[in-house]
Design a protein around this ligand. Structure first.
Ligand code: NAD
Length: 470
C-alpha cells in the first residue's frame, strides 16, 4: 500500500498489505501463544503492559511525529493528547490485570456458587484511521490484561503508529504470538478477521456500513462482536449557559482532529434566544483557527486524513445548500497556496433544518450543523432525532434540567458543561446505529472475558432425583 502524506499528497513509504492467508498465519501464531499467555500470572501480564506504557513515554516524540505525519493531526495535539492518552490507557489496563475478580453468589443452602472471568482466546481487532495510535491502546489494553491474544489490523490509510507500537511490544518482552499486527485492506485482511472460524471475538471501530458487514461475516462461528461506529453528537446550548465556555467547548467538540471523531459534536443545537449571540462568537472563533502543516507546533487544524474523505466532506457543503441550508462559514478548501496539495477543509458552519441530510448523516469533518430550538421538549426531540447515539453534550446552569437530559438523551456518553472528555477508566461506546459493547473501564474487561459459573456441593444433602420401587 502506498502511504501518502495527507498534508502534501506525497508518498512517504510503502507498507505491505496482508492477504487472507497472512491473517490465517497470524491467527495460528496467536492460537499457539494463547495457553501460556492465559496461564501467565495476571500481575505479570500487567507488568508487561506497564512496561509498554513506559516505552511509549520514552518514545513519545517519535510516536507523536509519526501520528501527525500519518494522519494529519496537529503535532501539538499528538504531543499533548494522543501519545499521553495512549500511555495512560496501557497503564490503566496494566493496573487492572490482577484485579479482574469474580463473584460469590448467595444460592441455596449447602452450595457454593462462584464466577470466574476467563479470556475468550484469539480476538480480532480492526482499527480506523482517525485516532490510530490511541485506538490501538483502547483495543489492546483490555484484551491483553484479560489474557486474550490478538490479531490487529490497522487501517490501510494509517498503519504507521500501530507498527511502531508493535516494535515496542516486542521490546517490552511480550511473548511471541501474543500480539500480531497485520496491516492490509478491509475487504481482504479485515474480512478474513471477521469471518475466521478460530477468532472468538471481533472488536471494530469504523463506519456503520462496515460494522454491518462484520456482523454478517461473524455469524459463521457466532463470534462475539463489539462495534464502535459513527455518531451525530448533539451539543445543546440552553439559554442560561455560560456562553463563552459553551462557544469554546463547541469549537473543540467539532474542530479537534478536523472533526474526524465519532463523538464529534457535529450538531450544534442552540436555544433561539441566544443563537445569534452564540453564532457571532462561534463563527469568529472558528475563523481564527490556524490551518497548516501538521508538524508545525502553531498549527491548530491539519488536513483531513485522505483525499477521498476530503472530497466526501466537501460534497456535504453542496448537499446542504441544495436542501436549503445556509453556509455561515467555510464549505470549501482553503485558498492558501501552501496548502493546495494537502487534503485541507476550512472550518465549516452550516445552518439547516432538522431533517436535512447534514443534520442526520455523519459528515466526519470540520463541519457542524446548527439547529435552533425554542424549548426543552424540542431540544430533546432534536437531540434524539437521529439513528445514532454516541456522544452528546449540554450546556446549562440548571441542575435539574442537566440531570433530566442526561437521563433522557439517547447516547452512550453525555457531557455536561463540557464536551469530548475521555479517560481510560470511563466506559466508551454507543447505542442504536452507533454500535454496541464498551471500550475502556471495567466494562471493557467484561467485554473481553467469558463468565463461568461454578457450583460446589459443600454440604447439601440431595435426595434421590428419581424415586424407584416402593
Ligand atoms: P471503514 O469502516 O471502511 O474503515 C475502518 C476500518 O475497517 C479500516 O481498518 C478498514 O480497513 C476496515 N474495513 C473496511 N471494510 C472492511 C470489511 N469489509 N471487513 C472488515 N474490515 C473492513 O471506514 P472508512 O471508509 O475509512 O470511513 C468511512 C466513514 O466511516 C467515515 O466517513 C466516518 O463517517 C466513519 N468512521 C467512523 C469512525 C469512528 O471512529 N467511529 C472511524 C473511521 C470512520
Amino acid at each position: 500500500v502506498r502511504k501518502l502524506n495527507p498534508a502534501t499528497g506525497e508518498v512517504i513509504t510503502k507498507i505491505a498489505a496482508a492477504e487472507a492467508e497472512d491473517v490465517d498465519v497470524a491467527v495460528q501464531a496467536a492460537q499457539k501463544a494463547f495457553p501460556a499467555w492465559a496461564e501467565t500470572p495476571a500481575a505479570e501480564r500487567g507488568r508487561l503492559l506497564l512496561r509498554l506504557a513506559d516505552l511509549i513515554e520514552e518514545n513519545s516524540e517519535e510516536l507523536a511525529q509519526l501520528e501527525s505525519l500519518d494522519t494529519g493531526h496537529p503535532i501539538k495535539d499528538s504531543r499533548r493528547l494522543d501519545v499521553p492518552r495512549t500511555a495512560a490507557c496501557f497503564r490503566y489496563f496494566g493496573g487492572i490485570a490482577d484485579k479482574i475478580e469474580g463473584n460469590v453468589i448467595p444460592v441455596e443452602q449447602g452450595f457454593l456458587n462462584y464466577t470466574t472471568r476467563e479470556p475468550i482466546g484469539v480476538v480480532g481487532q480492526i482499527v480506523p484511521w482517525n485516532f490510530p495510535l490511541m485506538f490501538t491502546s483502547w483495543k489492546l489494553g483490555p484484551a491483553l490484561a484479560a489474557g486474550n491474544v490478538v490479531v490487529m489490523k490497522p487501517s490501510e490509510i494509517t498503519p504507521l503508529s500501530t507498527l511502531k507500537i508493535a516494535e515496542l511490544i516486542k521490546k517490552a518482552g511480550f511473548p511471541d504470538g501474543v500480539v500480531n499486527i497485520v496491516p492490509g485492506y478491509g475487504h481482504t485482511a479485515g474480512q478474513r478477521l471477521a469471518d475466521h472460524p478460530d477468532i472468538g471475538k471481533i472488536s471494530f471501530t469504523g463506519s456503520t456500513q462496515t460494522g454491518r458487514s462484520i456482523v454478517n461475516a461473524s455469524s459463521g462461528n457466532l463470534k462475539r462482536v463489539q462495534l464502535e461506529l459513527g455518531g451525530k453528537g448533539a451539543n445543546i446550548v440552553f439559554e442560561d449557559a455560560n456562553l463563552d465556555a459553551a462557544v469554546n467547548g463547541a469549537a473543540w467538540a467539532i474542530f479537534h482532529n478536523q472533526g474526524q471523531a465519532c463523538i464529534a459534536g457535529s450538531r450544534l443545537v442552540l436555544h433561539e434566544e441566544i443563537a445569534d449571540q452564540f453564532l457571532e462568537k462561534f463563527v469568529a472563533l472558528a475563523q481564527s483557527i490556524r490551518l497548516g502543516d501538521p508538524l508545525d507546533p502553531n498549527t491548530e487544524m491539519g488536513p483531513l486524513t485522505s483525499e477521498l474523505h476530503r472530497d466526501k466532506v466537501l460534497a456535504y457543503a453542496k448537499i446542504a445548500v441544495e436542501q436549503g441550508g445556509k453556509i455561515l462559514l467555510g464549505g470549501t478548501a482553503p485558498q492558501d497556496a501552501r496548502l493546495k496539495n494537502g487534503y485541507f477543509v476550512m472550518p465549516t458552519i452550516v445552518e439547516a433544518k432538522v431533517d436535512d441530510r447534514v443534520a442526520q448523516e455523519e459528515v466526519f469533518g470540520p463541519f457542524v450543523t446548527v439547529i435552533r430550538f425554542k424549548d426543552d421538549a424540542e431540544a430533546l426531540q432534536i437531540a434524539n432525532g437521529t439513528e445514532y447515539g454516541l456522544g452528546s453534550g449540554l450546556w446549562t446552569n440548571n441542575l435539574q434540567r442537566a440531570h433530566l437530559f442526561a437521563k433522557k438523551i439517547k447516547a452512550g456518553m453525555c457531557w455536561i458543561n463540557s464536551y469530548k472528555r475521555v479517560n481510560p477508566g470511563s466506559p466508551f461506546g454507543g447505542v442504536g446505529k452507533s454500535g454496541y459493547g464498551r471500550e475502556m473501564g471495567f466494562e471493557a474487561i467484561h467485554d473481553y472475558t467469558e463468565v463461568k459459573s461454578v457450583w460446589v456441593n459443600v454440604d447439601a444433602i440431595i435426595p434421590p432425583h428419581f424415586q424407584r420401587g416402593e
